[in-house]
Ligand binder design. Structure first.
Ligand SMILES: [Zn+2]
Length: 221
């Protein structure tokens, strides 16, 4: 065992003791039940830790993270997490959360080769290509953040189109999908207004959210 990892284990013991002291019986209660209301689909970036950003304790949010918060229809990992969250835990909200200055989005925008992840980031390049004409008109220094927001909206739409979400809606289970973007510079989450609680709302919400990004970033001057 190396010294730095000993430090982590020591921090863990301190955290567990402090948590139990603050809320006696905390861990034994969690042991009996996991009933989060939220599922988070976010970027793997270490600067965007899901629970901390929304000040939620263990047990309150089900989390899936990958490079650039991508939701691919054939990704059994993400789909499995989503199905468990929806069918078993019955979360009421799925949050797709991107962040400003995302490295995956930056690489996608610039066609930068970084390795195996090129194939994953290809999905973000699809988003870039879909909105290429708009992105070309955005000031160069803001283009990454514009694509970060567009990517959130597109991935949130993908969530809406998955069989697990469609099945939940068709059986009348309350479930809302949201698109948010986190600002690395100020620590604030922004609601991109891509909120869908019913399949009939998806297309309209998507159009409005995309139009709002275009308004925010449209003036290149
Ligand atoms: Zn990222």
């Amino acid at each position: 065992m190396t010294a730095p990892l000993d430090d982590l284990l020591q921090r863990n013991r301190g955290w567990a003791a402090a948590t139990e002291a603050r809320s006696p019986g905390f861990f034994s209660r969690l042991l009996k039940q996991q009933s989060p209301q939220y599922m988070w689909i976010g970027c793997a970036d270490s600067r965007v830790p899901a629970n901390e950003l929304v000040d939620l304790a263990p047990g309150e949010m089900f989390v899936h993270r990958n490079v650039a918060n991508v939701v691919v229809h054939s990704d059994l990992n993400c789909l499995s997490v989503m199905q468990f969250a929806i069918d078993v835990l019955k979360v009421g909200h799925i949050l797709v959360v991107g962040h400003s200055g995302c490295g995956g989005v930056t690489a996608a925008l610039a066609d930068r080769r970084i390795g195996i992840a090129d194939n994953w980031i290809r999905h973000v390049q699809d988003v870039r290509n879909r909105h290429q004409a708009f992105l070309d008109g955005v000031a160069a220094g803001r283009r990454v953040d514009a694509l970060c927001e567009l990517n959130v909206i597109e991935q949130a739409l993908n969530v809406c189109q998955t069989t697990v979400v469609q099945d939940a809606w068709s059986r009348g289970q309350p479930l809302a999908v949201h698109g948010w973007c986190y600002g690395l510079h100020d620590g604030l989450l922004q609601d991109l207004a891509m909120t869908v609680a019913d399949p009939a709302q998806a297309a309209g919400a998507y159009e409005r959210a995309i139009a709002a990004v275009q308004r925010r970033y449209g003036a290149a001057a």
